[in-house]
Design a protein around this ligand. Structure first.
Ligand code: DC
Length: 303
């Protein structure tokens, strides 16, 4: 019975066949016994009752099979890759999608920022000039980890076991990160880590090369854009909650410079993948964006 239960969970139709087969067998046996052992009512009753228990068990297992099949259908997991220009609200959207879908959220930009912070701390960047050979030697000494923080419902970023979630958002890091992110050895290491994180699917990752390099087979690829002025204002509002906030002009200059560096670097430049859906959110509220993207997510999940 146990074996049949398992096999019917895999294929509910098979148990229907088995019921038919046992039914036929049952009729034949009872008929034969009726002929040869007409008077042994007790034996016949035992046989009939054990067969009916078996059939009941098969019917129940059949329902379990159908239930399991439906259950598996509803837990299909996909990869959602969100790429786009700086400060287009990728991470806000990605976080919300991940929470709603119960997926893992990975901010790949935070990983490049953590490497940039390490480089700054080791004074390997001076006047915008990176000491690339030294940085490559230092790469094995860099460890990056994410830890879920229940209080802010987001992930804290750790660089060599030190929490750097705030430090990686400074203007100093923003000014250095695109230079560091252009180094192929840095990218290889981080891309490998990112691919490991998404191996089980059920992940929303945002960045610049997620749909093109990290997960070229992602089920849903989005490419976010918005005007530079709107992006600068959004980032400025976000940063002005910190004590050492830069001016709006400084933020705009940084955004324009990063767009330029990220789009023109040789290794994995910021590009819209052919199968990515372009999404200009200049005039959309966060709520409107979420609703529109959820429509796309739902159609992917139903495929
Ligand atoms: O998303 P963000 O602005 O925090 O990213 C910081 C920088 O990291 C960005 O200027 C480019 C780089 N980056 C990248 O090259 N590839 C990624 N997948 C993510 C970020």
């Amino acid at each position: 019975c146990f074996n049949i239960l398992i096999s019917s969970c895999n294929n509910s139709v098979s148990s229907l066949n088995l019921i038919y087969w046992y039914n036929t067998l049952y009729k034949q046996c009872v008929n034969n016994r009726y002929i040869v052992d007409l008077l042994n009512i007790e034996k016949n009753l035992t046989f009939i009752s054990s067969l009916s228990s078996l059939i009941t068990c098969l019917i129940i297992s059949d329902w379990i099979g159908i239930f399991c099949t439906n259950k598996f259908k509803s837990v299909k997991k996909i990869i959602i890759a969100i790429d786009g220009l700086s400060s287009t609200g990728k991470s806000t959207l990605a976080k919300r999608l991940a929470k709603h879908l119960n997926y893992t959220y990975v901010d790949s930009g935070a990983m490049y920022r953590a490497v940039a912070l390490y480089v700054l701390e080791k004074k390997l960047i001076n006047g915008g000039e990176l000491n690339t050979p030294k940085m490559i030697i230092e790469l094995p000494n860099i460890s990056i980890a994410f830890e879920h923080n229940m209080d802010i419902n987001s992930f804290d970023v750790y660089l060599n076991d030190v929490k750097v979630s705030k430090a990686i958002r400074s203007m100093e890091v923003s000014n250095a990160v695109s230079i560091v992110a252009a180094i192929p050895q840095v990218r290889q290491q981080l891309v490998r880590l990112q691919q490991q994180m998404g191996a089980q699917k059920g992940i929303v990752m945002d960045g610049r090369d997620i749909g093109t390099v990290v997960f070229p087979n992602a089920e849903l690829k989005l490419f976010m854009t918005a005007s530079a002025n709107i992006r600068a204002k959004r980032r400025y509002d976000e940063l002005s909650t910190n004590s050492s906030s830069p001016s709006l002009q400084e933020v705009l200059d940084n955004i324009n410079l990063r767009d330029e560096l990220d789009s023109t670097r040789k290794d994995s430049p910021l590009l819209k993948s052919n199968d990515a859906i372009e999404f200009d959110n200049s005039q959309l509220s966060q709520e409107q964006q979420f609703e529109k993207i959820m429509e796309l997510v739902n159609s992917c999940l139903q495929l």
